[in-house]
Design a protein around this ligand. Structure first.
Ligand code: F0G
Length: 458
């Protein structure tokens, strides 16, 4: 058996978790309208809903929390964060935000006019939602192999640069206020993007005068994949890979709840001073003053420390090793997964497991509900519940290419035996898969419906 890098930490504080019995789980999920977001977290045994804001902070971060400077303006903690930001990302200006979507809201509000189109490899749901809320159109230009769940390729998050060139020609630069790329590609399996691809994408945007922003949520995991997989980077320190990535962009936003190893926070960073001024004004209107942006001083301190810890190579080796271990365990249980394992999560291929459930009846939701019923495990559907939408003219439903369930691994939280338990539960579900049924909505809002929709079994 393959040995994965062990945890580069030991545990000195524990949070008890408890598995309620099957009958209690059936009642809990019924009461939640079969929406995993509607469960009480205490009724979940292993919570893989998200890796966002669910990690454990280190002793250094907790010590930093006590040292946070809560001054309204110009706090010491802000300057600490500014110094770390400048060292890692190298952008001239940044503002803290309370999470990633606050940064998305500001940038989409400032730059998008109705009818504009925003290209990316793939937009995640909050980015997608923010663009649509400004009457813009998110456009996904990831390479086609990203949709082949069995293609084992090093950089399945890469943007298809031919598609990007074609898209710019057809759309016209006047209708593309900015372009972006998501690293790693969360909506497409947590797959990394190569530096070569980021370089080419940056060049295409630059040639066309389109500002280039990086959605940087999982930049550290992406950089470690580059080190492991991209020729020429094997010996490069992670920090140098990261600097090389962000040198190629005009700005970035990030949910610090991922690779900055904190429970809340984010930022928006740019090079352009005039844009920064506009961002500052928006921030003050919605989030808070420019030196805290909706966060407490202690949060800024924890982000500053977490950003550096998230780049430590023994941590990243353990982190990506844990994801690979879960993927291997699930495969041994007979569960089809998207290959290769992503950075922060393993994506179960519900479409392949449950071919008897049509997309209109949400196979991903069926599998996500089963994981809870059988094991008290909470994942999230990333398929038609999240991404199907009616065609703007014909009103006919357009379904995504993949029906996935994501098991996102919180950082520094669960051990290998928790992951083995997930494998055992998966084995049980695989053995009864023909009995699983689809779902239909009893309520669904228009935007970001996955969060509050309610279902009943078909
Ligand atoms: N961009 C990406 C790629 C994300 O994965 C997320 C959040 C955001 C932006 C928004 O950040 O939550 O801080 O407002 N993803 C979480 C997830 C929610 O579960 O994948 P946020």
């Amino acid at each position: 058996m393959k040995i994965y890098p062990p945890e580069p930490f030991r545990i000195k504080m524990v949070e008890p978790i408890h598995l309620i019995n099957k009958q209690e789980r059936e009642k809990a999920i019924l009461d939640a309208g079969y929406n995993l977001f509607g469960l009480r977290a205490e009724d979940v045994f292993i919570d893989m809903l998200t890796d966002s804001g669910t990690g454990s902070m280190s002793q250094a971060q907790w010590a930093g929390i006590m040292m946070g400077d809560e001054s309204y303006a110009g706090a010491r903690s802000y300057y600490h964060l500014a110094e770390v930001m400048s060292d890692i990302f190298g952008f001239e200006f940044f503002v803290p935000t309370h999470q990633g979507r606050a940064a998305e809201s500001i940038i989409t509000n400032l730059l998008i006019k109705p009818g504009d189109k925003i290209p990316s490899n793939m937009h995640f749901d909050t980015t997608d939602g923010n663009i649509r809320a400004r009457l813009g159109q998110p456009v996904n230009l990831v390479n086609d192999q990203a949709f082949d769940t069995q293609a084992i390729l090093p950089f399945k998050g890469n943007m298809d640069t031919n598609k990007l060139r074609q898209f710019i020609k057809e759309t016209g630069v006047e209708n593309i206020p900015f372009g972006t790329i998501t690293i790693t590609n969360n909506a497409g399996g947590g797959q990394p993007v190569s530096l070569q691809n980021i370089r080419e994408v940056s060049q295409i945007y630059r040639e066309n005068g389109i500002p280039f922003f990086i959605d940087a949520c999982r930049f550290a995991e992406n950089a470690f994949f580059i080190k492991q997989r991209e020729p020429g980077y094997e010996e490069k320190p992670i920090i140098e890979i990261v600097r090389e990535i962000f040198k190629l962009a005009d700005g970035a936003w990030m949910s610090a709840k991922k690779d900055a190893l904190v429970n809340i926070g984010g930022f928006l960073a740019v090079r352009d001073e005039a844009l920064f001024q506009k961002i500052s004004n928006e921030l003050i209107l919605r989030e808070g003053f420019v030196s805290y942006g909706g966060l407490a001083g202690r949060d800024l301190e924890a982000i500053a420390i977490g950003l550096r810890e998230g780049l430590e190579e023994d941590y990243l080796a353990y982190r990506l090793g844990q994801t690979a271990y879960l993927a291997e365990t699930l495969q041994e249980s007979g569960m089809p997964i998207l290959e290769p394992a992503g950075g922060h999560a393993v994506y179960l291929d519900a479409g392949s497991l449950l071919p008897h459930i049509p997309q209109a009846e949400f196979p991903g939701q069926a599998l996500a509900v089963a994981l809870y019923q059988y094991g008290g495990i909470r994942g999230v559907e990333i398929g038609s519940v999240m991404f199907a939408y009616p065609h703007p003219e014909t009103n006919q439903m357009i379904y995504p290419k993949l029906e996935l369930v994501r098991l996102a691994i919180p950082r520094r939280v669960y051990t290998q035996s928790h992951l083995d338990y997930i494998g055992e539960t998966a084995k049980e579900i695989v053995s009864i898969k023909e009995n699983l049924r689809g779902f239909k909505f009893t309520y669904a809002p228009k935007l970001l419906r996955q969060f509050t929709a309610r279902f009943e079994p078909v």
